[in-house]
Design a protein around this ligand. Structure first.
Ligand code: OAD
Length: 225
C-alpha cells in the first residue's frame, strides 16, 4: 500500500474528477461539459472573437456554479500533505480554497481575467463580473487556456520542475487525453518516481503508472493518508 507519509516530494496531478465530488461536472463522458456545450461556441478564441458576450455568459454561469461549491475531502487531504506541489488542470480554484499553497494551474483560472488589449492579468472573484471591459477599453477574457490556445511556457516549466524532483506522483481524476498536460506524468516515471493513478475508470495512461487505484478521489486519497 502506498502511503503519503512515506514520501517527501509529492506532486498531485489533478483533473476534473477530483472536483466531481464537489458537484462540478467533469468535461468528458455522460453529463460532461463538452457533451452539453460545443467548445467551438464557448471555449476558444475564435468563439470569443465572434461573440464575446455569449462566451462571457457561459463563463459567468460557470463562475456562479463553482462559487456555490465547496472543496471536498480529496482537496483537503491534498492540502494537508506537507510540502506537496499541486499541478492541476482544473480552473475552479478549489485547491486554493482548501488551503493548498503551491498550486500550478496548467489551464489557467476561472478567477483571473486577462485584457485582450494591454495584456494585464488580474484576479477577479465577481459573479457575475461587473465589467467585461478593461480600463483601457479592450475586452477582458477569462485567463483560461481554451482549446487551440498555447499553455503558458513559465507555468509548464514550473510543473515540469516540480515533477522532475518528485519521489511520488499521484494523478487524481484526469482522463489523460489532453496534451501537453498528459505528457507530464511521464517525467516522473522517467525519474524513477513512484506513480499512482486514482480514477474509477481505466485511462489511456493507466499502463504508465506503477500503481492504479480504482475508486473515487476522496476515498482513495483517504486510504493513502
Ligand atoms: P475529464 O472530464 O476529461 O476527465 C475526468 C476524469 O475523472 C475521468 O477519467 C473520470 O473517470 C474521472 N472521475 C470521475 N469522477 C471521479 C471521482 N469521483 N474521483 C476520481 N476520478 C473521477 O477531465 P480532465 O482530465 O480534467 O481544459 O480534462 C482535461 C482538460 O480538458 C480540462 O482541464 C479542460 C478540458 O477541456 C480546459 O478547460 C482548458
Amino acid at each position: 500500500m502506498i502511503r503519503l507519509k512515506d514520501f517527501s516530494r509529492i506532486v498531485f496531478f489533478t483533473g476534473a474528477g477530483l472536483s466531481a465530488e464537489s458537484g462540478i461536472p467533469t468535461y468528458r463522458g455522460k453529463g460532461g461539459i463538452w457533451a452539453k456545450y460545443d467548445y467551438e461556441e464557448y471555449a476558444c478564441q475564435r468563439a470569443f472573437d465572434r461573440d464575446p458576450g455569449k462566451v462571457w455568459d457561459f463563463h459567468d454561469e460557470r463562475r456562479r456554479r463553482v462559487s456555490a461549491c465547496e472543496p471536498n475531502e480529496g482537496h483537503r487531504i491534498i492540502a494537508a500533505t506537507e510540502g506537496a506541489v499541486v499541478v492541476t488542470q482544473n480552473i475552479d480554484g478549489l485547491h486554493q480554497r482548501a488551503g493548498s499553497k503551491a498550486v500550478v494551474e496548467l489551464h489557467g483560472s476561472l478567477w483571473r481575467v486577462r485584457c485582450a488589449g494591454c495584456r494585464t492579468v488580474a484576479g477577479n472573484l465577481e459573479t457575475p463580473i461587473r465589467s467585461r471591459r478593461c480600463a483601457c477599453g479592450a475586452w477582458l477574457r477569462p485567463d483560461i487556456v481554451w482549446f487551440e490556445d498555447a499553455l503558458d511556457p513559465a507555468t509548464v516549466r514550473a510543473a515540469g520542475d516540480a515533477i522532475a524532483k518528485c519521489d511520488l506522483l499521484v494523478s487524481v481524476g484526469t482522463s489523460g487525453v489532453v496534451y501537453p498536460a498528459a505528457d507530464l506524468p511521464r517525467l516522473a516515471l522517467a525519474r524513477g518516481a513512484v506513480t499512482v493513478e486514482i480514477n474509477p475508470e481505466e485511462t489511456p495512461l493507466s499502463g504508465l503508472y506503477t500503481h492504479c487505484m480504482r475508486g473515487s478521489a476522496s476515498e482513495m486519497l483517504r486510504r493513502m493518508a
